[in-house]
Write a protein that binds this ligand. Structure first.
Ligand code: FEO
Ligand code: CA
Ligand code: CA
Ligand code: CA
Length: 618
């Protein structure tokens, strides 16, 4: 591993590239292959994709889902072979109904869904894919038909683990003991553990459920925005079959209990979502576990800090919604690699929420029942109650409301934790006044904040923070739009965004971006990789969504990749030698990837290599 951090070594690609608006553009000397687009056969019996997506719901249960998002490459071997063979775990966050159903889809005015197979296909398009991939002799990567391959969907049985397991608030007709549930939805970003498991995170899960009761709704629904009508959802809960009807979380009237007194409805079904789910990619028979100790919110991802033997395992987690919070989990048990598994570290520990002080310091505040006012007198009745209502607990202890916390990654060289704050139209209104960590009213373009824990120890409760970089248009664009606010007019070079300089300076044209979302710090090169998910980009002076790399020491930022029309860039992982990079194109809306004559847009994974076989970014 080189000690010196490098600058991006490639020629930056332009944000606007006439004629290439519906293509992937990478620098000279790099090549891109498309791997496993939506609908590709993934698990037994490997149903082939039917062009136009005429596949059934049953087919999709063994095919790649939609909206490829966070992912991780687990090498299958130590040493060089691990760079050519691995298990990829890949999230499927959401769907585009118009592209999923080639003959159109049916939905009544009340939101109900008359065609069961459409609902089945939508549910199967969510979740996670676990599948082996390998590099062939010709350099191409392909899916291998392997014992590891499996689809996890919004219907897959899951265990509930940790302090909220068995809570009354998790009991349903499906699991009267509150220990099991079905499915995971809106799997956004991810994480992975030192014991080689995958963490998938439930982000905008609330919008899949509804509760038609509009007064006196429980905070487990109201604080998370569970809608009041089926029309605000995909309408899965309108189907009569139990496996779909459960998405209607309206309490039965009168209350419906069985003879043992067990609840017999699905009012608590939505409480089984909003968690981090741990999946063992190497045991295809294993049941995924919802790790309740890590809290319930709009989980973007779950990034495990580098571990130290004898010290706790630490997981960083953002809640991506306007004005929500940043969290970390610190395990009770000190890390010992010889007894590493999720049951040891992810079920017992302390969940903290971040407070960013005005003076550049910060604190992690424990969300522990009985501490910091989280007591019955204040409406918190147990640790399970605190965890199921994590947002309410964070409100109570007065944490810092952030501009939509997305990805968070640790830079092993400096000990910094970087966090993308993607944008926030609500900043400067209501309970979200402008503050030093969220300094731009309306923040349309987002920024990246970072911190260092006290003495670089991830488990400590004090930190110091600063802003790493602001998203925003180039000075040229700002001038051509005739706009100034909220940007300072400092036309100097990109490096000024770094410490000790004017942090609101403009980035150069090689580096302008907005709405940072995906993040990765490559421990080999020290490059900070940034992926974007902005809106109205062309009209606002930005190109398509993109990926850049930055050297945080020199301040050099260069655009590495521009995606096709309508997509966001998200998900990033690499082979151990960093010579193959995997990133995802999510929800393109043109004709990309345009393979085998198919012009229906499909999310897909990009496999990026350097033509000279070098490390990506050099
Ligand atoms: Fe699914 Fe916050 O991105
Ligand atoms: Ca997305
Ligand atoms: Ca995201
Ligand atoms: Ca986003």
């Amino acid at each position: 591993r080189p000690r010196r951090r490098i600058d991006p070594g490639y020629q930056a690609v332009p944000a606007f590239n006439p004629g290439f608006e519906d293509q992937v553009v990478v620098p000279e000397g790099y090549s891109v292959q498309v791997l496993s687009p939506e609908g590709a056969p993934l698990a037994a019996p490997y149903p082939p994709y039917i062009p136009g997506d005429f596949n059934t719901g049953a087919d999709r249960e063994s095919q790649a889902g939609a909206h490829h998002d966070g992912m991780h490459f687990f090498p299958l071997y130590r040493g060089a072979r691990g760079n050519q063979s691995g298990v990829l775990c890949r999230n499927y966050e959401n769907i585009d109904q118009v592209f999923l159903h080639p003959n159109g889809f049916s939905r009544n005015a009340d939101g109900s869904r008359p065609v069961e197979d459409e609902v089945r296909k939508e549910i199967a398009s969510h979740g996670v894919g676990v599948f082996e991939i390998e590099k062939r002799a010709n350099g191409e990567w392909r899916t291998v038909r392997s014992k590891y391959n499996r689809r996890i969907t919004a219907q897959t049985p899951m265990d509930i683990a940790g302090p909220a397991r068995g809570s009354d608030l998790l009991k349903t007709k499906y699991s009267p003991k509150g220990t099991r549930t079905r499915g995971t939805v809106n799997n956004c970003a991810n994480g992975y553990t030192p014991w080689d498991t995958y963490l998938t995170c439930e982000e905008n899960w609330a919008g899949y459920f509804y509760n038609t009761v509009t007064t006196g709704r429980p905070r487990e629904h109201s604080r998370y925005g569970v809608p009041a009508a089926a029309t605000a959802t995909y309408g899965w809960g309108t189907r009569p079959e139990d496996k779909y009807a459960r998405f209607n979380a309206t309490p039965s009237t009168p209350d419906f209990y069985d003879v043992q007194g067990a609840l017999q409805d699905y009012r608590n079904e939505a409480n089984n979502f909003g968690w981090v789910v741990e999946i063992d990619p190497f045991d295809p028979k294993s049941t995924p576990k919802k790790r309740t100790a890590l809290g319930r919110f709009g989980h973007e991802g779950a990034w495990v800090a580098p571990t130290t033997i004898g010290k706790p395992v630490v997981v960083y987690m953002g809640d991506d919604s306007r004005g929500e919070y940043m969290y970390k989990f610190v395990s009770k048990k000190p890390f010992a690699p010889w007894e590493a598994c999720g049951d040891e570290y992810l079920d017992e520990g302390t969940l903290y929420v971040a407070r960013f002080n005005e003076d550049g310091t910060g604190q992690w505040i424990a969300l522990t029942f009985g501490k910091n006012g989280l007591t019955p007198a204040n409406g918190f009745n147990s640790q399970a109650d605190v965890l199921i209502n994590t947002r309410s607990a964070a409100d109570y202890v007065i944490a810092t409301r952030l501009d939509r916390p997305e990805w968070a990654v640790v830079d092993e060289r400096s000990g910094h934790v970087y966090l993308t704050l993607t944008n926030n139209s609500a900043r400067g209104t209501g309970n979200q006044p402008v503050d030093p960590a969220n300094p731009r009213a309306g923040n349309p373009d987002g920024h990246i904040v970072r911190w260092r824990e006290d003495r670089g120890r991830f488990w400590e409760t004090e930190f110091t923070w600063d802003i790493f970089v602001f998203g925003g248009p180039s000075l040229q664009t700002v001038q051509s739009l005739g706009a100034v606010a909220p940007y300072n007019a400092n036309p100097a070079y990109a490096a000024q965004v770094f410490p000790g300089t004017d942090k609101q300076a403009y980035l150069g044209d090689d580096a302008t971006f907005n709405s940072p979302d995906g993040l990765w710090v490559d421990s080999h090169t020290g490059l900070v990789w940034i992926q974007t998910d902005g809106y109205s980009n062309t009209a606002r002076g930005f190109g398509n969504q993109q990926m850049l790399a930055a050297n945080p020491e020199t301040g050099i930022v260069k655009r590495f990749l521009v995606g096709p029309k309508g997509c966001e860039l998200t998900g990033i992982t690499a082979t151990p030698d960093r010579r193959t990079l995997f990133v995802n194109i999510q929800h393109p809306d043109g004709t990309w990837p345009n393979i085998n004559g198919e012009t229906r847009p499909r999310s897909a994974t990009l496999v990026i290599t350097k033509d000279d076989g070098g490390v990506i970014g050099t």
